[in-house]
Design a protein around this ligand. Structure first.
Ligand code: GLP
Length: 241
């Protein structure tokens, strides 16, 4: 029930309630939500409050609006574990989904100060800059830009990066990938990301920067990614010691 005497805002109580129904499966992917009027009547609250709750759920990717029809439960977000150093291709395969890539560009550029520092190579030495859209079952999930030393990772080509980069490094170049540091922060899409990820203006994204090294400690890649926050959430298990 909604508690009007609670210090917790009413819109937030309704938002949490609907979210709970989705997480518990009472509302399933594709189900139509009751109308604003129905919620308002049922809980004796204003339609404005209902709208506020639903807008939050739309922004967070739990539901989506269809013009002239109603509001529907969106597909469940991909839950990505933060332990384990895996590739996009492996992650999708583990879920029974098909990974594919749309190559935006593949070029060799002189390393900027930041890239050079990250890869521990001289400034201006050649690096590959690879930008790809990563798709799951044909749906864009992330825009990813990798920087790799062209001296270290030889033989990379447009064709190779149409499939798994990690597979090429480990199975063709026989280099062992060992370790990565990843930073995640929130943002909203810029114009390019909006178009490439096929999302609306101001949609939320999770910016991820990964620095990966080979087993022997040699820096392998610097990766900047924008993951759709309406399709992704991250999970980690923690032990108290
Ligand atoms: C993930 C990581 C990237 C990594 C990529 C390799 O998407 N965020 O840092 O470069 O996997 O994926 P793949 O081997 O499928 O090309």
């Amino acid at each position: 029930m909604i508690n009007k005497n609670s210090p917790i805002p009413i819109y937030y109580q309704l938002e949490e309630k609907i979210k709970g129904q989705i997480e518990q499966g009472e509302l399933q992917t594709g189900d139509m939500l009751p109308s604003e009027r129905e919620y308002a009547d049922h809980y004796a609250i204003s339609r404005m409050t209902v709208r506020q709750a639903i807008s939050k759920l739309v922004n967070d990717g739990y539901v989506y609006r269809k013009k002239g029809t109603g509001t529907f439960v969106a597909e469940k977000k991909i839950e990505q574990p933060l332990q384990g150093l895996t590739s996009f291709t492996e992650d999708m395969k583990a879920r029974g989904m098909t990974a594919s890539n749309r190559l935006i560009h593949f070029k060799t550029i002189p390393a900027s100060t930041y890239v050079a520092h990250s890869l521990n190579i001289p400034v201006d030495s050649p690096v590959y800059e690879i930008q790809r859209i990563r798709l799951a079952d044909g749906v864009p999930m992330a825009l990813e830009t990798n920087f790799l030393s062209a001296t270290l990772v030889q033989g990379l080509s447009e064709e190779v990066v149409q499939s798994s980069l990690y597979d090429f490094i480990e199975n063709k170049l026989n280099k062992k990938i060992g370790h990565a540091t990843q930073i995640i922060e929130s943002s909203i899409v810029n114009e390019t990301e909006m178009e490439l990820l096929e999302v609306k203006k101001d949609s939320p994204v999770l910016l991820i920067e990964r620095k990966t090294s080979l087993e022997d400690g040699t820096p392998l890649e610097l990766v900047k990614s924008s993951y759709r926050a309406d399709r992704y959430r991250f999970i980690i298990n923690m032990e108290r010691n």
